[in-house]
Write a protein that binds this ligand. Structure first.
Ligand code: ADP
Ligand code: MG
Length: 274
């Protein structure tokens, strides 16, 4: 069944009460600036195993930067990030700055973090299946025959069993994004990060991508999702975090943050969104 494959890919049964109290992502006092511009100004966020966190905030509030730092695509200037017990490999160097101890790519692979981007970022010269099995084979040295079987099952999970040999340009945006999700799943991620996964899609294609994400959430995947889809946040998120100016302004259940926001900045943002 589909639940079976996803649970297997997740490498565990959907989270139970005991396991869901385990913090998988711990960010403390994360600071990041580009030149003189402070982009992250002391972010704290803890995400438990199996939790779905939706990150909301206006453009320029630092959401993408924050996801990139969790994913070790970028270094931070101050603070701590731990994912799946991997202390992201930063060490403080004289002068107080943080320097990654191993390579960032190594830390990303060790923590098994996957990220899905707004613009899919597929390899355009590779078929859907080749896109999905590239990282398992190259980064994780999976046996190619095994990787192919996994890739076919994952493409089936996201409803693309009839498109496995298609190049990206033959696929719709929604199909391309589902290939990207299958690719992200292929490394058996402990954590999946989504950066506005439906923002580049025509409205009629948004639903098919959100449906796959909902399925992942139901299977117990730990997810941090930047999105403007308030309805998705309301229905799928365990927790909603509102960011502005590089800080967490407020966080809570969807009902708390979306229906009863405590801060004027949150209220203003939600008024514009709805
Ligand atoms: P959001 O995703 O919430 O829209 P971003 O994290 O993309 O916000 O950007 C936050 C701020 O950081 C913006 O002002 C942006 O211009 C700046 N910024 C992001 N990435 C870079 C970069 N690589 N170099 C310089 N400035 C950047
Ligand atoms: Mg962004």
């Amino acid at each position: 069944s589909s639940r079976g494959t996803l649970a297997e890919v997740l490498g565990r049964a959907p989270s139970d009460g005991a396991r869901s109290s385990e913090p998988l992502i711990v960010c403390r006092n994360v600071h990041k600036q580009y030149g003189a511009q402070k982009v992250l100004c002391g972010i704290d966020l803890t995400v438990k195993r199996g939790e779905v966190v939706v990150l909301l905030g206006p453009s320029g509030s630092g959401k993408s930067t924050f996801l990139r730092t969790i994913n070790h695509l970028d270094t931070i200037d101050w603070g701590e990030i731990t994912v799946a017990g991997q202390h992201i490999g930063y060490q403080r160097i004289p002068g107080g700055q943080l320097k990654p101890t191993g390579g960032l790519a190594q830390a990303r692979a060790a923590a098994r973090i996957s990220m899905v981007f707004q613009h899919f970022n597929l390899f355009n010269h590779m078929t859907a299946l080749e896109n999905v099995i590239e990282a398992p084979i190259r980064v994780f040295k999976m046996d190619p025959v095994e990787a192919r079987q996994l890739g076919l099952r994952l493409l089936d999970e996201v409803g693309l069993q009839n498109h496995v040999n298609h190049l990206p340009h033959r696929l719709s945006g929604g199909q391309q994004q589902r290939v990207a999700i299958a690719r992200a799943l292929a490394i058996s991620p402990r954590v999946m990060l989504f950066d506005e996964p439906t923002s580049a899609l025509d409205p009629e294609l948004v639903g098919e991508v959100l449906a796959v994400m909902r399925k992942l959430a139901d299977a117990g995947m730990t997810m941090v999702v930047v999105t403007h889809e308030i309805r998705f946040a309301r229905e799928v998120a365990d927790r909603v975090v509102f960011m502005d100016g590089g800080l967490v302004v407020e966080a809570g259940t969807p009902a708390e943050v979306l229906d009863n926001p405590q801060h004027e900045r949150t209220r203003r943002f939600l008024r514009i969104m709805e």
